[in-house]
Design a protein around this ligand. Structure first.
Ligand code: MLT
Length: 400
């Protein structure tokens, strides 16, 4: 009999969004007359179709696979140079220099933030904000790692800052934040970089929502902070930037400057380790997808994406307007597609989830699914259509 990884006994039976989908399915089965009315603003899944440049590129790439001269088999495990260069150029446009060789193409920031745990020994102390994107907690729990939490609260606008009395080896940060939509300033990120360097820690920085930042002084990458390449890995994705949730494309920057010393004194390059891991366990994102993804980083491709992002931000404004009118505390929605608010009438978040589903047929995400500190909060996403978001918020308005 195999000995199983018993750390799996320590994670909840199902992943947060699978649990929400299950509860909504049960509701729809029990209320078939209401199921057509259900409006989903729970999981942060996009609804706008892929842009014209991406669709054209997908067609071109598919056709190129039908011709022996242009057909592509295995590609480089790290991704094709044309897209790694396009990503480095995109960083440069935002004022950040990134070596294309440090960019690794993958199929999702979710997979990479999970897989990166393999590079770190079991006895590390992992510092994770609460509330947080559940993947960071679940993957480290599956690995049997020691997690400590830092509190996100209304007082710190759900943006925890370093505490010198805490000694962590690995720190997860996400900005603009999932689930709260709050965004670190450059000074705040600098404080994290200083902490990481002082403690010889590594920051795992999830910037999947960077394209939603509209306030120019806010950093879109941790590498906007000097010295961050010596202590941070950055994960980003086209899921939210370009509507690739179903198409799958992400990139992880593992700087060559990231070097630590092993127990026997050998210098170990995290970049080389990730390269070794990826070339052993991954055969690359499909060429067709990489070819289309490269178009996102052109001026025309990015302008099309920004139109969709503006569309979603208008939804965020609709949500925020109703919450403001009701005097409900919230954060997010300006530099992010997520709005995080205090549950009305002192309800707990799963109770509020059921209440909203039963009385307004609106699905959101209970804050408790993101951690203990989320238990009285709720997340709505701006990724729906204008019509459905407006309708959902009219129902909300009538309810409270
Ligand atoms: C969310 O709703 O939090 C996101 O869709 C999760 C993800 O990007 O995996």
């Amino acid at each position: 009999m195999p000995r199983l990884n018993e750390n799996y006994l320590n994670v909840k039976d199902s992943y947060l969004f699978a649990e929400i989908a299950r509860r909504v399915k049960v509701y729809e089965e029990e209320h078939p007359d209401k199921s057509a009315n259900v409006i989903r603003l729970g999981i942060g899944d996009v609804t706008r179709p892929l842009t014209k440049s991406v669709i054209n590129a997908l067609h071109e790439a598919v056709d190129s696979q039908a011709v022996s001269e242009t057909f592509k088999g295995y590609g480089p495990e790290q991704g094709y140079d044309f897209v790694r260069n396009a990503i480095a150029a995109y960083y440069a446009k935002n004022g950040v220099e990134v070596d294309p060789d440090a960019v690794f193409i993958s199929d999702g920031a979710k997979s990479d933030t999970g897989n990166i745990t393999e590079l770190f020994a079991k006895d590390n102390t992992i510092l994770i904000p609460d509330p947080v994107y559940p993947v960071y907690v679940d993957t480290n729990t599956m690995d049997g790692k020691n997690i400590i939490y830092m509190n996100g609260t209304e007082e710190n606008n759900f943006l925890p800052m370093p505490d010198d009395s805490v000694k962590a080896d690995i720190i997860y940060l996400c900005s603009p934040n999932n689930p709260t939509g709050a965004c670190y300033t450059k000074d705040q990120l600098k404080a994290w970089v200083d902490y990481a360097k002082k403690n010889e820690a590594v920051i795992l920085y999830d910037s999947a929502y960077e394209a939603f930042i509209s306030e120019p002084e806010l950093p879109r990458s941790i590498y906007a902070v000097e010295g961050a390449k010596e202590c941070a890995i950055e994960f980003c994705s086209l899921s939210k930037t370009a509507g690739f949730t179903g198409t799958r494309f992400s990139y992880t920057v593992v700087p060559k400057e990231l070097v630590f010393t092993s127990s026997n004194g050998t210098k170990m390059s995290v970049h080389d380790m990730w390269n070794r891991r990826q070339s052993t366990k991954f055969n690359g994102t499909p060429y067709i997808i990489q070819y289309a993804a490269a178009k996102v980083f052109t001026d025309e491709g990015m302008a099309e994406c920004m139109e969709n992002i503006s569309y979603y931000k208008e939804n965020a404004r609709l949500i925020a307007d109703v919450l403001s009118k009701k005097g409900i505390w919230f954060t997010g929605g300006v530099n992010s597609p997520y709005i995080w608010f205090k549950c009305p009438n002192d309800m707990e978040s799963w109770e509020f989830f059921d209440y909203l589903l039963e009385n307004a047929q609106v699905v959101g995400t209970p804050g408790a699914g993101f951690g203990e500190n989320g238990k009285n909060y709720f997340r709505l996403t701006a990724f729906g259509s204008h019509e459905k978001t407006k309708e959902a918020m009219e129902r909300f308005d009538r309810l409270f």
